[in-house]
Design a protein around this ligand. Structure first.
Ligand code: MG
Length: 478
């Protein structure tokens, strides 16, 4: 697919992302949803957005696109994407989210949700894409507009955030979390979680302190990506407040990353492994992507559970979970080390607020982890069984298609010339037994991501830097 990547469609505002383009995407999605709809009433779609400066403009364009092909629209306003997904599931209607998730402020995008609250499946997404491309080549070609007296109407829904919070509260052990008396430092990064997570954790009985907790599409405090270089303020807040845990979200709050009580970041792979260890049982399966950490491998091994790998991106992981569930395999937890965790029995959707609440359960002593004592625990204690690995991630940008081709060739050559076992599910993963390195193109930005993991930082850096040097060499020759 050219228009939709693994995370929907995203781009720089004014370049790819214009109101006209978003209107076409909405018109295409609405056409597919209209065809899927049966019954005498008009089909309905839910529409929400994150806090981006251009969110309202694009949501207006999306509403126009949807109503123009005959759908009624429930406008939820600013809601975390898991809140839109919960609403879509409850109402049995599809959803359109205007968001660029963790991308910088000048980006925006669209993500489509199916009737079941799960990301739109690939078949429907391909049909939407075909309509969009038909409209791109010639504005006159494309799905029919509804007759003048059958265009849709919009309705504002004011309680979607409240209902989302209550859904999370009902799904966790509130009493245990409240009894633990946790102090939580929150950094929603001026994103959609700013309007839900502070209330959620207060209602869970935590003492809550916040930074970057005003919704603001200029993102004055930090960029939306919840990575350590953007989270120095959260580390300081944890220390100043004596908090038990620091929690940060991305712009649409489907991810949660954590800081320990000393204000240091915790590897996302380590918290994923701890959350998985508490839920996995013998005969279960968990699913992760080809950049999976040895920590999750260890958690699955110790639990007697299977680990299945997919290409990177939550869409691939969700598809594999659905296949396993159809075979009768229980998948209690899955996800990636970037803070995007899935708890399929709760919902087959990433949810930063729910993930963080589940981590607070672990701190409160809910759930058994092999090697960790029962009762109140610290963040460091719950991830201690999964220590002992160092991760290095770096990006190499390109400026042209020719540079991109040279980079990809260099990665293939690097893999061929290595002594490693090579996996090509998605990019090139080179396994060296005690360590691994992976190089793959970003689905959303013009760069190649290089990941490495090893028992020591020196070895992980050596693997990542060797890959980068070969890529740089190829670009300079070019
Ligand atoms: Mg996100």
């Amino acid at each position: 697919m050219e228009v939709f990547g693994s995370s929907g469609v995203r781009g720089v505002v004014g370049d790819l992302m214009t109101p006209a383009f978003v209107g076409r995407v909405a018109r295409a999605a609405g056409t597919v949803w209209r065809e899927r709809h049966d019954g005498p009433d008009r089909p309905v779609a839910a529409l929400a957005r994150d806090t981006r400066r251009t969110g309202e403009t694009f949501a207006d364009a999306a509403a126009a696109g949807l109503t123009s092909v005959g759908l009624d629209v429930h406008r939820l306003g600013i809601v975390p994407i898991p809140g839109l997904q919960a609403y879509a599931e409850r109402e049995g209607i599809p959803g359109l989210m205007v968001t660029a998730s963790h991308n910088p402020p000048e980006y925006n995008g669209v993500k489509l949700i199916g009737l079941d609250g799960i990301e739109l499946d690939r078949g429907d997404l391909e049909r939407v894409e075909a309509h969009v491309r038909a409209m791109r080549s010639d504005g006159a070609i494309g799905p029919a507009h509804a007759p003048w007296d059958e265009t849709g109407r919009t309705r504002r829904v004011g309680d979607a955030r409240r209902r989302y919070i209550e859904g999370v509260l009902d799904a966790v052990d509130r009493r245990a979390i409240a009894d633990a008396g946790l102090t939580v430092a929150l950094d929603p990064g001026h994103g959609a979680g700013a309007l839900t997570s502070p209330a959620l954790f207060r209602e869970l009985g935590c003492d809550v302190v916040t930074v970057n907790a005003t919704p603001d599409g200029h993102f004055p405090g930090r960029n939306p990506e919840p990575v350590p270089e953007n989270l120095h303020d959260l580390g300081r807040l944890v220390r100043a407040a004596g908090a038990d845990v620091g929690i940060a979200h991305d712009g649409d709050a489907d991810r949660a990353v954590f800081y320990d009580a000393t204000g240091e970041p915790v590897e996302g792979d380590a918290t994923l492994a701890a959350l998985a260890a508490a839920d996995l049982a013998p005969g279960n399966a968990t699913v992760s992507a080809v950049n999976v950490s040895q920590r999750l491998v260890d958690a699955a091994d110790r639990a007697g559970a299977d680990l299945e790998l997919t290409p990177i991106g939550s869409t691939h992981i969700i598809t594999r979970i659905e296949e396993l569930q159809a075979e009768g395999t229980h998948v209690p937890v899955a996800g990636e080390g970037n803070g995007g965790v899935l708890f399929p029995p709760y919902r087959l959707a990433r949810d930063g607020g729910y993930t963080a609440a589940r981590l607070c359960e672990l701190l409160a002593g809910v759930g058994d982890i092999v090697g960790v004592d029962a009762g109140r625990r610290t963040v460091r204690e719950i991830v201690a069984p999964f220590d002992g690995y160092e991760n290095v991630r770096l990006n190499v940008g390109y400026g042209s298609d020719a540079e991109r081709e040279a980079m990809l060739d260099a990665i293939g050559t690097h893999a061929d010339e290595s002594e490693a076992e090579v996996t090509t599910i998605d990019g090139y993963r080179l396994d060296f037994g005690d360590a691994w390195v992976l190089a793959r193109e970003s689905g959303t930005e013009p760069l190649v991501r290089v990941y490495a993991e090893a028992p020591s930082r020196e070895r992980a850096e050596a693997l990542a830097h060797a890959m980068r040097e070969d890529i740089h060499g190829a670009m300079q020759e070019h």
